[in-house]
Ligand binder design. Structure first.
Ligand code: NAD
Length: 289
């Protein structure tokens, strides 16, 4: 298949390389020359014009920073420029409303399109083990699935257009909340005189157990190896967690959903990121407690 890939940054670079490894011919476009030359080394054809990159392709995949950029790339360079009948896949994390708007515009232009945000970070993008949560019609999902399978380990249909983004931000809203809860519990346990390892041994098999504790423990030397063991480097940056919590707050406003704990989590990550920790792993928030 001939695929155009737009946005070859930390995530998109590895994803495009996996499409090449799966035997696809990939046209790469990015505003960054560094990203483009890395894509070229990974076997993509590098383009300096997005409209040229989408010419004659069977599919377009985008992995871009935010909703405003996604909207402008689709309206200016994809819809009306990619061949009619190409399948369009946006894998960026963006707000639900913009995802629905862009998909409606694509469908108006005769395209099938899905929103397919990912769970998993840069390592999963490089190793092709991302999880994709996909919104769109059944027909669009069936067309997108084999392309996503070349980049991930799980591809799940979440329902209609925008539902992939809804699943992603609800999941990450929960993650932000239970990471802070896990950090608070470890910090308080220590102040009460409990050894962190002992608290882990008890809580990880008790009712307080959660993913932030057993798969991503924020305390160095406790549980599996995590960014905490590497001075909170790597992993999922606090700045990206804050981005997702802000998207969750926008969605909650639009849906009139009550999210008091997520509002508090957003405020705590605002403070943490504002103090210069945007690139620190999100579990590093334990240092503030
Ligand atoms: P990044 O900033 O590393 O990459 C984005 C790329 O898009 C950059 O190379 C940039 O030059 C390019 N770009 C920006 N505007 C463009 C335009 N108009 N046309 C073409 N290219 C353009 O970001 P990333 O970490 O790869 O994240 C991409 C998306 O994936 C984001 O929506 C992010 O929220 C989401 N995400 C990231 C992670 C992660 O761990 N990094 C995990 C899950 C989801």
């Amino acid at each position: 298949m001939k695929i155009a890939f737009i946005g070859l940054g930390n995530m998109g670079g590895g994803m495009a390389a996996n499409l090449v490894k799966a035997g696809h011919s990939v046209n790469a476009f990015d505003l960054s020359e560094t990203a483009l030359s890395a894509a070229k080394q990974n076997g993509c054809a590098a383009f300096t014009d997005a409209r040229e990159a989408v010419r004659g392709v069977d599919a377009v995949v985008t992995m871009l920073p935010n909703g405003a950029i996604v909207k402008s790339v689709y309206s200016e360079s994809v819809i009306g420029h990619a061949p009619a009948g190409a399948i369009l896949l946006d894998c960026s994390t963006i707000d639900v409303a913009t995802a629905r708007e862009v998909i409606a515009a694509a469908e108006g232009g005769g395209f099938d399109m899905v929103d397919a945000p990912v769970s998993g970070g840069i390592a999963a993008a490089n190793s092709g083990s991302l999880t994709f949560m996909v919104g769109g019609s059944e027909a669009a999902f069936e067309r997108a699935k084999p392309i996503l399978e070349a980049m991930g380990k799980a591809v799940i249909h979440a329902g209609a257009a925008g539902n992939g983004q809804a699943a992603k931000i609800c999941n990450n809203m929960l993650l932000g909340i239970h990471m802070i809860g896990t950090c608070e519990a470890f910090a308080m346990a220590e102040k009460l005189g409990l050894d962190p390892q002992t608290f882990y041994d008890i809580s990880s098999v008790s009712s307080g157990q959660c993913w932030s504790m057993t798969s991503y423990c924020p305390v160095p030397g406790v549980g599996p190896t995590t960014p905490a063991d590497n001075d909170y480097k790597g992993g999922f940056a606090a700045g990206l967690m804050l981005k997702d919590l802000r998207l969750a707050m926008d969605a909650a406003d639009q849906a009139d959903a009550a999210v008091p704990l997520a509002q508090r989590a957003r405020a705590l990550y605002e403070d943490f990121v504002g103090a210069g920790n945007a690139d620190v792993d999100f579990s590093g928030i334990i240092r503030t407690l």
